[in-house]
Design a protein around this ligand. Structure first.
Ligand code: SF4
Length: 87
């Protein structure tokens, strides 16, 4: 496994853990709006997650997994300018 893969998995795992712990989780409407923006974004990519064993959406700008990233109030889109912001 390459260093990039390990970093990517770690970053995604941290995001998932924060989401699972309920750390400043955005409300459903905001999450839906963010995910709709990501869904239409050219930087969104579907990748196979080796640990989860399924396909997940990932941002190729920040390398985050979109599902946990969009759940957290303190996250923002890392494109310039951001396509969505912190809440
Ligand atoms: S976080 Fe921003 S750059 Fe990444 S997929 Fe979503 S909208 Fe696109």
């Amino acid at each position: 496994m390459s260093e990039l893969d390990v970093n990517t998995i770690l970053k995604g795992t941290i995001g998932l853990t924060k989401a699972a712990l309920g750390i400043r989780v955005a409300d459903e409407q905001d999450v839906t709006e963010r995910r709709n923006i990501c869904r239409a974004c050219c930087y969104r990519k579907i990748v196979h997650h080796k640990i989860l064993g399924g396909d997940v959406a990932k941002c190729t700008v920040c390398k985050c997994y979109i599902k946990p990233k969009t759940l957290l109030k303190d996250e923002k889109c890392d494109d310039a300018p951001p396509r969505w912001n912190k809440l």
